[in-house]
Design a protein. Structure first.
Length: 331
């Protein structure tokens, strides 16, 4: 059996090659994202294995059908970049990896919250500039005294909420479908707006579906307490970036940690073609001493990547053995 894996980095390559040897499949590795243009490389494959934030579009699914490749097995959670209608039209099945390590993303959120509350970027900049005295005067805030607002209490949001509770913070939450087994300490709010009014630390864990476009807009940002911080490891489209920049510029917000960025695909295209990122919102945020920008790497730990690769390949084996998927996705 041949499997073609797209969008692979060095860590994934190591795990994929180990699995290919252990389970005896032929592996083709492609660094670029999967697209109709490079799909000929996958001819003869039982499935495409992929991870990308760029689109899985109609031409891609049409080409898969033409090459008789019936399955797209994602190595990640998010499915917001898939044209499900096109996948259905061409009879392509899709699987994802719904849980690979909520703990990895949770630890990243904790790091982001602490970096913002203790003003670590400002501190680094001051130290690099030899300004020891200003750095000594920068006072931080204690996470355990803050109200943490978690939007979306699925696999990741709930793990974040639990850690924040263990640290001693008051945890409030909003989810369209609150957990039925919620512990006493998890204080669900009746609306997103109610949560926003109290969240000193706001962290987003909902999918980047169209319906969630600009969930955090100018009006909602204005509802946050003064000096709140915002952490986005969900998807870039959840925040109106222009409104976020305005809230930072006016001093409404004390800081932001942006792992998933609204204009991520523009930046990706520039990087892939060897250019320096020039997207203006990205440049503005990058320059702010109270904003931490990371390139969509909250997920990126060794254990998480090992799970992502293994579970995706498990789905392909299940499908080729009896036509069933362990983690089917249907849009
Ligand atoms: P999940 O499906 O387990 O949970 C999502 C929760 O969001 C659900 O409980 C759902 O009811 C809720 N929800 C959806 N829309 C909502 C809305 N408008 N208002 C309130 N609640 C809403 O997903 P998860 O595993 O926790 O992952 C969440 C997201 O995190 C993924 O969709 C993905 O976009 C993102 N993610 C990012 C990284 C990263 O590296 N930055 C890694 C993995 C996942
Ligand atoms: C996800 O698993 O959905 C992520 O956001 C990780 C990313 C590498 C696509």
């Amino acid at each position: 059996m041949k499997i073609t894996a797209y969008g692979v980095n060095q860590t994934e390559t190591t795990f994929l090659q180990q699995l290919a040897q252990e389970r005896g499949f032929e592996l083709t590795l492609v660094k670029e994202w999967a697209s109709a243009e490079n799909l000929d490389l996958a001819a003869g494959s039982a499935a495409i294995n992929s991870l990308q934030t760029g689109p899985y579009d109609e031409p891609l699914f049409a080409k898969m059908a033409a090459l008789h490749i019936p399955l797209l097995a994602l190595r990640n959670v998010g499915t917001d970049n898939i044209d499900f209608a096109a996948a259905k039209k061409y009879g392509i099945q899709i699987s994802n990896v719904p849980v690979y390590s909520p703990e990895t993303i949770t630890e990243f959120v904790l790091m982001s919250a602490l970096r913002l509350l203790r003003r670590s970027k400002e501190m680094d900049l001051a130290i690099s500039a030899g300004e020891l005295n200003p750095a000594k005067k920068m006072v931080g805030r204690q996470l355990s005294t803050q109200v943490v607002g978690v939007v979306g209490t699925g696999h990741i949001g709930y793990t974040v909420a639990t850690l924040m509770h263990q640290i001693g913070a008051e945890v409030i939450a909003y989810d369209a479908y609150p957990r039925k087994d919620a512990p006493d300490w998890l204080h669900y709010q009746s609306s997103l707006e109610t949560l926003l009014q109290r969240a000193d630390v706001l962290t987003l864990h909902v999918p980047g579906l169209k319906a969630n476009d600009h969930l955090l807009n100018a009006e909602r940002l204005a509802m946050l307490p003064d000096d709140a911080i915002v952490i986005n490891t969900g998807r870039g489209n959840l925040i109106d970036t222009a409104a976020l920049i305005n809230a930072l510029n006016t001093g409404k917000l004390a800081g932001a940690a942006i792992d998933t960025f609204e204009f991520e695909s523009t930046i990706e295209d520039q990087i892939q073609s060897g250019q320096a990122p020039s997207e203006s919102h990205y440049l503005q945020l990058q320059d702010m001493p109270n904003v931490i920008m990371t390139p969509h790497i909250a997920y990126h730990s060794l254990g998480a990547v090992e799970n992502m690769v293994k579970i995706a390949i498990d789905n392909i084996f299940s499908f080729t053995q009896d036509g069933s998927l362990i983690n089917p996705v249907e849009g």
